[in-house]
Design a protein. Structure first.
Length: 624
């Protein structure tokens, strides 16, 4: 047999092997990276030059006796090697005679929980490591819960560093008992294998250890090779469209990764959002035309007729189980150091679509030590909770249990564009289908024709005592004298009625502004010229209010004033009391005020009289 035929035969054999994606997780310094390094080493999957380099690096880091530090095989970042911890997710690909593997080494430190979630979301199996000296820790419980939450049903609990507890059967048995009682009984894993190991010494990694012969378990590698992973995912074909390819006028292809199911040339597909249908003409994987495609294939398809399809749409077969709603129940893991807040607007990226939305209800959060559900008004960093999410428009999705990629999402901060959370969709909330926007015959344009002018919203923002209310009153008087129908929305006045149930914590301030914006919107639609006077300290909340209106109808007026002048105008000595710590959450002192970046009008009242400020505002309105 020629070398060419041998290579061809080898490739064909490799292609027939099943692939297992697995993750290693657990607490800091439980030995996850060492376990993976030892797996690769024992399976003879490391080249000689790699071993030489590992020996050199191990000596530099102070490893005794010329031993290899196996963690260096997967801890690739300089910061990881310096600190001796895993920070980022390290992916490794290897193959044995029986199987192909894709493994993700995830961080153990609580600070990097987001990276562990990323790794677990694509895994079929998890190896949960436990340090035999420490037993079951909080991070062990957190990672087990997250693995279960993202759909992993098969796990291996590896009790590591058994050499440091004299290979004690009693220690191992005690840890197993604790894990079963405090973790496994509360979660829904289908299969759990418990294995005592020493990753550093290679015991029970690829071969059974004589020192651990009392354990009734297979070595780690054997369990991985024999692992059966059954998925409950949908068999219906679903293709989220990521890109519409138009290299020339004669070709229009729809590109994406197949989320579930199979499709062949000649199959009829439906655009889930519009129910338009067409038949598959061609299927391409890369530049190669194929007859069919399946899950995870990156494809381009062409259809027999032109229909409206764009990025974010989903092409499905006729038996699709897709849901269509803008309101759903979900589990969320929060990554950000700032607490999540009810009714704050975030961006939700679901599949290939990004939509504005918010959490409208926190049903509970998980006490990670007991797995009990406790009441919650928001989530702090690394907390997990059950929530209700409302999006600005309906989307097509499936529950996460049926199709992971169609039932998962990330949450993005609108200002920083950072990922601050991730979630999985449990089910739609049907009541959203019964709530529709009732269209009326008379709209804003009709009222504009009636009254002869287009109303505006003047949004006065600034610190307490800067002169917002004084100036807005004077502006209203001038407008009223000119025959303009006006109404002042004042923050203090609303807190006597509509917002009397709200306090001054960050979440209450956000809800206060949301309600004020909605009231301003109703008045504006009625043709009323609205003058809204609110401290409104946060950029993101002012941005949300602005988004309710046409860009020409909203005028942000920043009434600026320095602290010294504010204190001199303060008969109640509120600023003085706030500086002394007697008033909590006081904007400008103990609570932040984020200055407008590009207000339509900026007035510094430290150096001008109110009437001069009024003239500046009226002059701006006349020009507009």
């Amino acid at each position: 047999m020629t070398a060419k035929h041998e290579i061809k035969e080898f490739i064909e054999k490799q292609n027939k092997l099943r692939t297992l994606r697995f993750i290693t997780c657990g607490s800091v310094d439980d030995g996850k990276s060492t376990l993976l390094g030892r797996l690769l080493y024992e399976a003879q999957l490391i080249f000689d030059d790699q071993i030489d380099n590992l020996l050199k690096d191990s000596k530099k880091l102070g490893t005794q006796g010329g031993e290899i530090d196996f963690a260096l095989l997967v801890d690739g970042l300089a910061a990881e090697r310096e600190q001796g911890i895993t920070i980022d997710v390290a992916y490794r690909f290897f193959t044995t005679e029986k199987r192909k593997f894709i493994v993700a080494d995830s961080p153990g430190h609580e600070q990097y929980t987001r990276n562990m979630v990323t790794a677990a979301s694509g895994a079929d199996l998890a190896i949960i490591l436990i340090d035999a000296r420490k037993g079951v820790l909080e991070q062990t419980k957190r990672h087990s819960f997250i693995a279960n939450l993202v759909g992993i049903r098969n796990i291996i609990v590896a009790v590591n560093k058994m050499d440091l507890v004299s290979h004690s059967k009693d220690v191992f048995t005690s840890i197993i008992s604790t894990y079963k009682k405090e973790v496994a009984e509360s979660l829904s894993f289908d299969k759990i294998n418990f294995v005592p190991v020493s990753a550093l010494l290679g015991e029970n990694i690829t071969k059974k250890s004589k020192k651990l012969s009392w354990a009734n378990s297979k070595p780690i590698m054997e369990l991985l090779e024999d692992a059966e992973v059954e998925k409950e995912e949908s068999t219906t074909f679903n293709l989220p469209v990521q890109y519409v390819s138009r290299p020339n006028l004669d070709f229009r292809g729809f590109c994406g990764s197949v989320a579930s199911g199979k499709a062949c040339i000649g199959d009829q597909l439906i655009v889930a959002s519009s129910n338009q249908n067409a038949t598959i003409n061609d299927i391409y994987i890369g530049d190669k035309k194929v007859e069919s495609c399946g899950p995870n294939d990156s494809i381009t398809i062409t259809l027999d007729r032109e229909i409206d399809i764009s990025r974010g749409d989903i092409l499905s077969d006729a038996t699709s189980e897709l849901e269509n709603s803008n309101l759903f129940n979900a589990n969320i893991i929060w990554f950000d150091s700032s607490k999540s807040l009810k009714d704050r607007n975030y961006l939700f990226k679901i599949g290939t679509k990004t939509i504005n939305g918010k959490v409208i209800k926190y049903k509970n959060k998980i006490d990670i030590n007991s797995y009990m559900k406790v009441n919650s008004d928001g989530l702090s960093m690394n907390e997990i909770g059950e929530c209700e999410v409302l999006l600005d428009e309906s989307i097509c999705f499936m529950s996460y249990k049926k199709v992971r990629s169609l039932g998962s999402f990330i949450i993005i901060d609108r200002n920083t564009n950072l990922t601050i959370g991730a979630g999985v969709i449990n089910h739609p909330l049907r009541r959203s289908e019964n709530i529709v926007w009732e269209k009326t015959d008379i709209d804003l344009n009709s009222r504009v024709r009636l009254i002869g002018r287009r109303p505006k919203v003047l949004w006065f923002t600034g610190l307490s005592g800067s002169g917002k209310s004084t100036i807005s009153n004077l502006v209203e008087r001038k407008l009223f004298e000119d025959g303009v129908l006006t109404y002042i929305l004042d923050g203090d006045n609303l807190r006597h009625g509509l917002n009397r149930d709200l306090g001054f914590k960050e979440g209450d301030r956000i809800e206060n502004l949301r309600r004020a914006g909605e009231v301003a919107k109703i008045l504006h639609d009625a043709g009323v010229f609205v003058l809204a006077s609110f401290i409104s300290p946060f950029l993101s909340d002012r941005k949300i209010v602005r988004s309710l209106f046409h860009e020409d109808d909203f005028v942000e007026i920043y009434i600026k004033c320095d602290l010294e002048t504010l204190m001199s105008r303060d008969p109640k000595k509120l600023y003085k009391k706030a500086l002394e710590g007697d008033i909590p959450n006081f904007t400008g002192i103990s609570s932040p005020y984020e200055e407008p970046k590009n207000p339509e009008i900026l007035i510094d009242t430290s150096g001008i009289e109110p009437n001069e400020a009024v003239n500046q505002i009226l002059s701006y309105l006349e020009k507009k």
